[in-house]
Design a protein around this ligand. Structure first.
Ligand SMILES: [Zn+2]
Ligand SMILES: [Zn+2]
Length: 627
């Protein structure tokens, strides 16, 4: 039986916000001398800042959680009261809540308690005379558990969040996540030390459980940790943040992905081009990128000219096209170049491989007739699908189709071509039955686009591929082709990237596979471990190596030779196995002293260990490429 009422309509933000007061009430019960800062709603929950008589210990969180559970089942109401500003100051001063008094004084003097992003004070001209106070009151006894300066909204009673009175009969799912030190109003110089408790708040326990599971998985798969364990890449302080260096093993994967991308593109009629990493400022002034990227550009002062470290490849590719006079029969022209671009992101925003300053795009530009857009976009979508099927990320994806929408004022280019371009992209989505969402008003100023969002193994979404039509760059660079009547006409440019960026994509892949790359991508596919280093054992190892050297995989990439490594150190077998497992080696071949006479090997994979004849090893590897 379903109980009909509207409490399930209460927004999660209202629940999170109400929870922050409940948490504060529980803290007050434990520490009556606590002073209260503020307790905003954040992603996945809320936090509250307190001044407490002692430093919190992990066990405190459990005690506070217990108190919250009690509070949730008490007959409590959130009651609102309006107070004059002066009255409120006196009220909170009497209670010793200096921080609240400070907020009220700010309201009085500046009309706001807000700070800007850099925690600087801002002023609001609005006059404040009345403030609202919320009290958490026991409906039976009248006891006030907690009161706060606040605008709401809150749930009215605990029953709306404890599961007693909502349509699903489910309590909110919550957990006090962690605590940390903080400063009052983020102001380190004033140095008012506070303690912040973070809470996770979800609609119910199932959703909380799912979040915790996923967070734990994400932590285990963190590419910065796995990448270190597997020795894939390095961030060096001397080189700089956001400038990752590829270790040999990381480079194996990166090169394979790049080669595979080229294999796909070559089949579709692309040609490789190459461009230098710097260009004169004039190029980016013509293209408009100098204005667009502003202070994200790295500038390079030469002896005579000023250069820019390229933030995009498009203008360079435009110049390659411009040096030819193509006819309509030559089009489409398709250029492909995996190359690095540089953008000066703030150092605080840089992280691992996913937020970097050097971004290697698998970039490509097409030059085509308006009538060819649809056919060419179909080919790019086919390439995207092939690539992500191989990476086993094609099960769930969606496409965002960004259009101009109603207001055309911020877009450049002729109406007619915009209309044709938007129509072409939507036709592709429909004909190929792509799961797509139209977003009006989100197109780039130069043309409509398709962005592809893929889900990884733990259901996180990553926006990776993009296909963008451009009606503006051909104009800016005065590009043309000769049409059937012998006149010059403008081609349409299509920008496209499949993996997005090789750095970010490697980061995503490490987390998607949890480091356990499919056999064709694993940096070391086979590790041969010896039990001892007697001469006859090492001779046998060479025999195994010869067999492997002869072996190559041809799917999905042609001529992908097996990469093997011998661990014949004077270490215990147990230790060698453990290390190989940390490195996530797909096939571990163990050679014991008795294996020599019978020409046997033990083969260990994530599916277990088995003994086999040496002449079966090749077959075994070829039949287990999904390892
Ligand atoms: Zn509130
Ligand atoms: Zn481009």
């Amino acid at each position: 039986m379903s109980i009909s009422d509207n409490s399930s309509d209460i927004s999660l933000d209202t629940k999170k916000h109400s929870f922050s007061h409940i948490m504060a009430a529980a803290v007050l019960e434990m520490f009556p001398e606590a002073k209260f800062g503020v307790g905003p709603v954040i992603e996945n929950g809320c936090f509250y800042d307190f001044i407490l008589p002692r430093t919190l210990i992990p066990e405190d969180l459990e005690l506070i959680e217990e108190k919250i559970k009690e509070i949730l089942y008490r007959p409590l109401l959130f009651k609102r009261q309006e107070l004059g500003l002066e009255e409120a100051v006196v009220h909170f001063r009497d209670k010793g809540q200096d921080l609240k008094v400070e907020l009220l004084m700010d309201l009085k003097e500046k009309g706001t308690t807000k700070m800007d992003k850099e925690e600087k004070e801002i002023f609001d001209e609005g006059e404040v005379q009345v403030v609202s106070l919320y009290r958490l009151v026991d409906n039976n006894t009248g006891e006030i558990l907690f009161e706060d300066l606040c605008k709401g909204p809150h749930v009215e009673t605990m029953t709306e969040i404890n599961g007693e009175k909502n349509s699903e009969n489910k309590s909110i799912g919550f957990k006090l996540d962690k605590f940390s030190g903080s400063y009052w109003r983020g102001d380190q110089e004033r140095g008012i030390d506070m303690q912040r408790i973070y809470a996770l708040v979800f609609d119910n326990d199932e959703e909380l459980g799912e979040f915790l599971f996923q967070r734990n998985e994400a932590k285990k798969r963190d590419h910065r940790v796995v990448g270190k364990d597997m020795k894939l890449f390095t961030i060096s302080n001397l080189v700089g943040a956001g400038l990752p260096l590829m270790q040999p093993r990381g480079m194996v994967i990166r090169k394979l992905v790049e080669d595979y991308l080229w294999q796909i593109h070559e089949k579709k009629g692309y040609q490789r081009v190459w461009t230098p990493h710097i260009a004169k400022v004039d190029l980016y002034e013509t293209s408009g990128h100098a204005a667009k990227f502003g202070d994200e550009l790295f500038r390079v002062q030469g002896k005579e000219d000023e250069f820019i470290l390229k933030p995009m490849n498009c203008p360079h590719h435009m110049q390659i096209y411009a040096d030819n006079q193509f006819s309509y029969r030559d089009l489409p022209i398709r250029y492909f170049e995996p190359t690095t671009v540089y953008r000066d992101e703030k150092s605080g925003q840089l992280s691992g491989l996913t937020r970097v300053r050097s971004i290697t795009q698998d970039d490509g530009h097409l030059f085509c007739l308006v009538d060819q857009i649809e056919e060419e976009v179909v080919k790019i979508v086919e390439a995207i699908k092939e690539f992500y099927a191989t990476m086993s990320m094609d099960k769930e994806f969606w496409v965002s189709l960004s259009l101009r929408g109603e207001d055309h004022s911020k877009y450049l280019g002729e109406d007619k071509i915009w209309h044709q371009g938007e129509q072409a992209l939507e036709n592709v989505c429909r004909d190929l039955e792509l799961p797509y969402k139209k977003v009006e008003g989100e197109a780039a100023f130069y043309g409509p686009k398709l962005d592809f969002v893929f889900k990884d193994a733990i259901n996180r979404e990553w926006q990776l591929s993009t296909i963008q039509l451009d009606f503006v760059l051909p104009e800016r660079f005065d590009l043309s082709y000769i049409n059937e009547s012998g006149d010059k006409e403008r081609p349409v440019v299509i920008h496209r990237a499949i993996s997005g960026s090789l750095e970010r994509f490697l980061g995503v892949m490490i987390e998607h596979f949890g480091g356990r790359f499919p056999l064709w991508l694993a940096p070391v596919q086979v590790k041969i471990l010896t039990v001892n280093n007697k001469e006859e054992v090492l001779e046998y190892v060479n025999k195994v190596k010869l067999i492997l050297e002869d072996l190559e995989l041809n799917q999905p990439l042609k001529h992908n030779r097996i990469r093997s490594f011998v661990d014949d150190r004077d270490e215990s077998l147990g230790r060698k196995i453990r290390e190989a497992e940390v490195e996530k080696i797909p096939v571990i071949v163990i050679i014991g002293p008795k294996d020599l006479e019978d020409e046997m090997v033990s083969v260990r994979t994530q599916n277990g260990e088995q003994k086999m004849r040496l002449n079966q090893l090749k077959e075994f590897i070829l039949n287990n490429t999904s390892l």
